[in-house]
Design a protein around this ligand. Sequence first.
Ligand SMILES: [Zn+2]
Length: 205
Amino acid sequence: MNNSIDRQVLVLNRLWQPINLCSARRAIGLLFLGHAQAVGTFGEKQFSTHDFESWLRLEERPEDWPVVNTVSSCFCLPSIIVLAAFDRLPRKEVKFSRENIFQRDDYLCQYCRKKFDTRKLNLDHVIPRDKGGATSWENVVTSCIRCNTKKGNKLPKEAGMFPLKKPVVPRWRPLVGFRKELESHYHQSWRLFLDPNSSTVELSS
Ligand SMILES: [Zn+2]
């Protein structure tokens, strides 16, 4: 309970697309400054938007909903906020990581072009490290274990194996780059915004 102020809040842009996570502390700050509105996520208030004042007055909430107790009141923590303007929060750079390389390459082995489960994927240095290849977005690609072994530490030319796509630094887009965080902080109320297959979200005015 004591760290509920640091729990993660889903941040939506003006088009209601998830773009980031921030701490509840930050979310309340944005709410207070009028840079964001809290999204109602329970009861009849579902998908209604609230400014700071209206959010404070929100009475109906589930028993176990996280709150912070202030001197004068019990403040219900938002789980989703929607930004009033674009780019109020700095966009995150996509972190150079194993998982994000797989995502960039759409889980396709860049050599045999087949799709694999994460467990069956590896990273391949297009130009091998011992030949001066960097560990960077531009030189590391998704490879299945078999192709990875086959290519070994040969240059693409030597192995006759060339990546399907020229590896580049991925451009930031919603959900890429923070999927792992989303999973580890997942909150039930985020479902409709994260799962494109769930039913259409109706927005109240
Ligand atoms: Zn392969």
